[in-house]
Design a protein around this ligand. Structure first.
Ligand SMILES: [Zn+2]
Length: 555
């Protein structure tokens, strides 16, 4: 050890129950040497040359926040597309206002079609929100805008693409196609919908070059790294590695993390359907090879299964009585009856499984699968994780605990969407009980909070996630949704630090401030344990420290 840097602070919240608060943290070689006070760490400071850095002496330090489910690179596909979503958004042309409802979206698409000077070139838009903007689009509606210029509209959560007839004609789909996720009207005619990853992939082929423009991925990672600094985040996991290309995605991340000062650690979680498609039986060799290339900035982790649709685009799978309007939702690419056989090789290989389940029907299937995996081969410390866990029951929470599973939950929908979906999609009971974190806490399930940024409506802001989890205040800023599902401030902050690290099997390295761990911190203006719980979201984030190097947020 050549030299120690000691950061002093008004208070340090370590998330180490043995030493929950401190006022100084000593760092060398990117790792933590000691946590306590200037006095307690004297045995180190007497022996090793050191600098005292008082820059944060009036601030509060915490472990860097962890967002264990994001899609930062994929967000780059949106840059440069036309935006038709309901809330304001940044675009390449600057900030753009939201469009309140479907009629506004149709008017905007009409404008875009009229402005198009090349009728052969598709008009491509994203951000449509059927829940907030008054129902789905379909082929007939889009044909009414133009039956000549191809129209391609993606939802805010890219689980549905809507197309008109000229666009449909450019895909491989015909009226006889039976591919999974191709939408139809009640009379059997194609309705222009492409639902979920497999079908969205088919819809994407003819517009591939417009979505995956050269350099989009690296630019997106760099742009989102700034968002991470502003929100105190030092580690993220990408839950869709392989959706576009294993190699290109890895290369972009590798280039990004190797840029000096890049402020994020990133975990890549491969998507099973693409692993099987590309590597077949050799996929375990490929994963081994990539594990060997992992560093503490970029690492391969686990495997991901997508087993139903999304919450905001209302394509998840519900138990009785189902959707208000009789919608069915959709399953993922892997048939549910094959799930045990598909997961078993990973289970046997000791690989952690992350299973996307938004609706309660999907949670049931996932729990049945986990129970069957345990029957086939009992396994301890498997950390099988249900991803999203949006709509669930108390019984499911207790069963998840009994099976030793974990949950990585999107809590943002409680605030941003639950009132909308009381009367659109899911009905009042399920909308209210979105993200049952109180049940999980009571049952003893370890859980993390995530954003799914930026594939769904909402920010990537762990302190807002914690605020939602603690208060459950709906979009009207007044209604408390299922108050019994609220959790404590401590539990919520664990869910964005040390418990999130546990879910990613990185809690030996990150998530709390303890000797030997990586020196990753969030720099805050106030102590989240001391402000009123309703003010958690207002705690100002000043920046992060990653491996002992500070990154200040620019205002
Ligand atoms: Zn996701």
């Amino acid at each position: 050890m050549q030299r120690i840097t000691v950061f002093t602070a008004r208070r340090i919240r370590t998330m180490d129950p043995g030493r929950p608060v401190a006022t100084a943290i000593a760092v060398a070689d990117g790792r933590i040497v000691s946590v306590g006070s200037l006095e307690s760490m004297q045995p180190w400071l007497r022996r090793v040359p050191h600098d005292i850095d008082d820059s944060f002496k009036n601030n509060v330090l915490m472990p860097g926040f962890i967002d264990p489910h994001t899609h930062l690179r994929l967000s780059g596909t949106y840059m440069g597309l036309h935006y038709v979503g309901p809330i304001p958004s940044q675009t390449d042309e600057g900030p753009q206002a939201g469009l309140p409802d479907r009629a506004d979206v149709i008017a905007r698409l009409t404008e875009l079609v009229n402005a198009a000077n090349d009728p052969d070139r598709p008009v491509i838009a994203w951000g449509y929100d059927p829940g907030m903007q008054g129902g789905h689009l379909d082929r007939d509606m889009l044909d009414a805008i133009s039956d000549e210029v191809p129209l391609w509209v993606m939802c805010y959560a890219p689980h549905i693409v809507y197309t008109n007839s000229p666009m449909l004609a450019r895909t491989d789909i015909t009226e006889d196609t039976t591919a999974h996720g191709i939408g139809r009207y009640p009379d059997g005619r194609l309705n222009g919908w492409f639902i979920e990853t497999g079908a969205v992939g088919i819809a994407t082929r003819p517009v591939r070059n417009e979505l995956y423009r050269p350099g989009f991925g690296l630019a997106a990672l760099q742009r989102q790294a700034d968002v991470a600094i502003r929100n105190g985040i030092t580690t993220v996991a990408d839950l869709g590695w392989g959706l576009e290309s294993f190699e290109r995605e890895w290369d972009d991340h590798y280039t990004a993390v190797n840029e000096p000062g890049f402020p994020l650690r990133m975990l890549m979680i491969p998507f099973d359907a693409r692993l099987v498609g590309k590597f077949g039986k050799d996929r375990f060799d490929y994963l081994d090879q990539m594990h060997a290339k992992s560093t503490d900035k970029l690492a391969v982790h686990g495997v991901k299964f997508i087993n139903d649709g999304s919450y905001p685009s209302m394509t998840l799978q519900l138990n009785y009585p189902g959707y208000l309007d009789g919608e069915q939702g959709l399953t993922g690419e892997t048939p549910w009856e094959d799930m045990v056989e598909r997961m078993l090789p990973y289970w046997r290989a000791g690989i952690q499984i992350h299973s996307h389940a938004n609706g309660d029907a999907t949670v049931d299937m996932t729990l049945n699968t986990l129970a069957e995996l345990q029957q086939r081969q009992p396994r301890f410390d498997h950390r099988f994780t249900v991803e999203h866990y949006c709509i669930s029951t108390v019984a499911q929470g207790r069963r998840l605990a009994a099976l030793g599973g974990l949950a990585s939950v999107n809590p943002y929908f409680v605030h941003y969407r639950s009132l909308i979906h009381a009367d659109s999609g899911f009905g009042p009971d399920r909308a209210e009980a979105t993200a049952r974190l109180g049940t999980l806490a009571e049952a003893g399930v370890t859980f993390a909070l995530h954003s799914d940024y930026n594939l769904v409506v909402g920010p990537m802001a762990p302190l807002i996630a914690a605020w939602v989890a603690v208060n459950r205040i709906a979009g009207d800023e007044e209604t408390v949704m299922a108050p019994g599902e609220r959790i404590s401030v401590d539990r919520a902050l664990r869910a964005v630090t040390v418990d999130a690290a546990f879910v990613l099997r990185r809690d030996h390295e990150i998530g709390s401030l303890e000797v030997g761990k990586l020196a990753d911190l969030a720099i805050l203006a106030d102590d989240p344990y001391e402000v009123a719980p309703t003010a958690l979201r207002d705690v100002k984030v000043l920046g992060t420290i990653v491996g002992g190097v500070a990154n200040l947020a620019d205002d």
